[in-house]
Each structure stands twice: as C-alpha cells, then as structure tokens.
Design a protein around this ligand. Structure first.
Ligand code: SER
Length: 326
C-alpha cells in the first residue's frame, strides 16, 4: 500500500456549521493529533475538544494565526471562518474585516510559510442581479447586493490572484445552503432549511422567514464535506478553475421542503412570514450548473431531498431521545 502523505492541518471556523463536521472528517483521515481546530470565541463542543487539539485565534490578527501555524507546523489550512449573509447585513464592516482581511492574512501566511494547500470557501451569495438564476453557469455575472456576497466575490478574485501571482495552491467551492444536524448555521439566509427540521421535531410546526415558493440550491452536509475533501485531493494540474467552483446537489422551494417533511410526519405544519432575508434569497440562483466541478475533479453528490429529510429527521429524533433537544 502506498504510504499516506503526512499532513498537518489547521481548520479556522472549526466551531461553525461546516467547520465542526469538517474537522471530524479530517481527523478521521489524517489522525486526530494532526488536525488543529480553531475558533474565535464560541466554546467548542465537548466532542470537538475531546477528539484533538483546539486553540482560540482571531483571523483578523495575523500574528494569532502565525502563532498556531508555527506551533503545530501546519502545512494545510481549511479557512472556514466567515461572517454569513444575514449577520453581514447587520454588521457589514465586521463582515468585511473577517471575510477579507482574515482571508488575506491566511493567504499571506500561505505564501510566507510555504503552505502546500489552502481551502478558501465561497458561496452562491456571489451571484445577484444580472446573473441568470436558473442553471447558473460557473463563469457569469457576479454583482451581489449583500456585503457577504461582495466579500465572497473579492475573496475568490484575491485567492485566484495568489494562485497566479505567487503560485499558492488555493482552491474553493461556492457552497449552496448547507443542511445539517450537528451544529446550527450562524446567521445565514438559508438557515430556514435547517431550522424547519428542528421545528418539525421539537414542535411539529415551523414559521418560515421566506415565502413558500422561494427556491434555492441546497446540499446535505455529507455531500458538502465530500466536495471539500474531493477538491482538495484533486491534482493541481487538473484544475482550470481554482477558487470559484459551482457545486450543486438539489434545488427546492420552501414549500417542497415542508412537503418532504410532511411525507414522513403528516401532522407537520409550516407557515410563511418573509422578512428582510426574502430579498437576499430572491437575488440568489434557483439552480446551479456545476459542470466545471464535475469535469475538473469528478464532483458527484449523493443526497436528494427525500433521502436528506429521512436522515435529518432520524438524527434529530435521536438527539431528542438523548435529551439534547426540546
Ligand atoms: N448559507 C449561506 C448564507 O445563507 C450562503 O453561503 O449566508
């Protein structure tokens, strides 16, 4: 058997929705002691703390990242720390600082410390007015109206610049709304697609903050983790794109999501009361063309809406039985 390449990995934003599960998957792959989880101030779960090293850092302070990169001899960074779309509208300058200056710090450290690879996540929030919203192409108009989207477009361009100018190997995907049952998302527009399952299990009902006919691209967490790991495994020479891959799994309206829950729990009821996040949702695509990801690194999702709903409800019922939910 070929000897596994030794990696020393840093995950920023490891207490967040994607970072927390990504850290566990990376620990499984590379050995727990080789994957450093970091967060800014939220207390990590006991599972994260018990499974490997953890440090508090602030990505807006370059020296705080450098300290852990040096202490743990890091060679690969998954830079998951970010402020999401809804919080970003409330605190636009915090969003700019974390998403842009934090990213620049990570990329500079990548060049200065000669890191082998950096993962730079982006989002469907890069799209906006002028973008075709059905089967949105990979290479298209990027004129978002949220601060989060502005930072994600700038982040893609900045990371691509580091590839071209400094030869830094960084890659990234445009995540759609991510649905999961381990860690709640923190302040995004697509959060309703997670909260609806918690509402169903805890109360049998949910009040949704976008309208019933709002369609967005979504993905179940196991597919999001798979996309992340698969892109990071791809040979650099195979990639024509780097930090801006569209990835798709499923698209559905809020009403279809509620119907998929009703198929398992007929008594479930959903009401709709759109708030400021409706306008953000309306500016994002309904569906995504991910041909580039499929062709360049073999992207292929596994979960559709029905399979995800079955899995989500089962997982949340287990949590409820264990006393972890209302
Ligand atoms: N889920 C994110 C948000 O809603 C999109 O990347 O902000």
């Amino acid at each position: 058997m070929a000897k596994k390449e030794m990696k020393r990995v840093l995950v920023t934003g490891a207490v967040g929705q994607i970072g927390s599960e990504l850290t566990m998957a990376l620990r499984e792959r590379h050995g727990a002691e080789n994957v450093l989880a970091t967060g800014r101030k939220t207390r990590p779960s006991q599972a994260l703390l018990d499974s490997g090293p953890f440090e508090f850092i602030d990505v807006t302070r370059k020296e705080s990242i450098e300290a852990v990169v040096d202490k743990y001899a890091i060679d690969t960074i998954y830079h998951m720390a970010a402020i999401l779309s809804a919080v970003g509208e409330d605190k636009p300058w915090l969003c700019w600082d974390v998403n842009i200056n934090g990213l620049k710090n990570v990329l500079d450290i990548g060049v200065e410390r000669g890191l082998t690879r950096v993962f730079v996540p982006s989002s469907i929030a890069v799209f906006g007015p002028g973008t075709p919203l059905a089967d949105t192409p990979n290479d298209t108009v990027l004129r978002p109206t949220t601060m989060y989207g502005v930072t994600k477009v700038a982040g893609e361009l900045l990371a691509d610049y580091y590839v071209k100018r400094f030869g830094l190997d960084c890659r990234g995907v445009r995540y759609p709304g991510i649905i999961s049952h381990e860690t709640l998302p923190g302040g995004g527009t697509t959060d309703y697609a997670v909260a609806i399952y918690y509402g169903a299990v805890e109360k049998g009902s949910y009040e949704c903050f976008v309208s019933e006919d709002t369609v967005l691209p979504m993905m179940y967490m196991p597919d999001a983790i798979k996309a992340t790991l698969d892109l990071m495994d791809a040979p650099f020479a195979d990639l024509a794109h780097h930090n801006d891959f569209n990835i798709a799994a499923m698209s559905f309206s809020a009403g279809e999501l509620a119907a998929s829950i009703r198929a398992v729990m007929p008594e479930f009821t959903c009401t709709y009361k759109p708030d400021f996040r409706q306008a953000i949702a309306d500016s994002w695509p309904d569906s995504i063309d991910d041909t580039a990801a499929r062709e360049e690194w073999g992207w292929q999702p596994a979960y559709d809406l029905a399979a995800m709903t079955e899995d989500m409800l089962a997982a949340l019922r287990d949590k409820q039985s264990a006393g972890l939910l209302k």
